[in-house]
Design a protein around this ligand. Structure first.
Ligand code: NAP
Length: 220
């Protein structure tokens, strides 16, 4: 599948690398087509065919599926720069970003919460995009290698388009997430809770001195 990954950070790099290894044709998008991190990634990952680099707009154009792995407070601007509503129309847009605001230092606050979420803001701003929130509740390495955390543990999925959610669930299975560990929460409004979990995730990371963990939803 042709996949556009918007983001050159730890998440963009981890997802892009793993998706190429799984046989997908991935373009990493960035603000600047000459971004050295994106170019270095593309070379290391095999070069054009499986791995290429371009602007945010190039990556959206490339992808049947597009992954938003940009800083949450910049995601709306990045998606606008990527071509906005017209370019994103019809695309499955996988949103893994968190609206963390570091303006007042650490710990970060949530730039949006309670009655709204970044996932919903993205869906409203780009109504033709088929936004699916997922993977934002785990570290980048856990996203792409869930087996590194022993035992079953949960990943959440939310989005208004059931077919888009199914496409994303299939991608999650490819990454190694097990059927029973993928919890489909339904519509994009569930992104609120997925994002508001982040303060607890940050506290757990500090308390355990590692981001290599996850939670499991246990059911009777
Ligand atoms: P990050 O440092 O949060 O974001 C890097 C990306 O954001 C870069 O591609 C950068 O563009 C883009 N960006 C930054 N400011 C921008 C602006 N003003 N306008 C447009 N684009 C801008 O990287 P990350 O740590 O990989 O995280 C990516 C997202 O995943 C974040 O939303 C984060 O909260 C979420 N997340 C992270 C983890 C994790 O393990 N790190 C886990 C779960 C979720 P350039 O490439 O042009 O510099």
């Amino acid at each position: 599948m042709r996949i556009g990954v918007l983001g050159t950070g730890a998440v963009g790099q981890a997802l892009a690398t793993r998706l190429v290894a799984l046989g997908h044709d991935v373009m990493m998008g960035t603000r600047d087509a000459a971004n050295p991190k994106a170019a270095a990634w593309a070379t290391a990952a095999g070069g054009p065919g499986p791995a290429s680099a371009g602007t945010f707009a190039d990556a959206v154009h490339h992808g049947e599926v597009v992954i938003n792995a940009t800083a949450g407070t910049a995601s709306l601007a990045a998606l606008q720069a990527a071509g906005g509503a017209e370019a994103l129309s019809g695309k499955v847009l996988v949103d893994v970003a968190n609206p963390l605001d570091f303006a007042r230092g650490a710990p970060p606050t949530l730039a949006v919460a309670n009655t709204d979420s970044l996932g919903e803001q993205i869906q409203r701003a780009f109504p033709g995009a088929r936004v699916v929130k997922t993977l934002n509740t785990v570290n980048a390495n856990v996203m792409v290698h869930p087996e590194k955390v022993p035992g079953g543990h949960t990943v959440f999925v939310a989005g208004d388009d059931p077919a888009a959610r199914q496409t994303v669930i299939e991608l999650l299975r490819e990454l190694g997430w097990l059927n029973g560990d993928i919890l489909d929460l339904g519509g994009i409004q569930a992104a609120r809770g997925m994002e508001m979990y982040l303060p607890l995730w940050l506290s757990m990371t500090a308390a355990q001195e590692t981001p290599m963990f996850n939670i499991r939803v246990a059911r009777a």
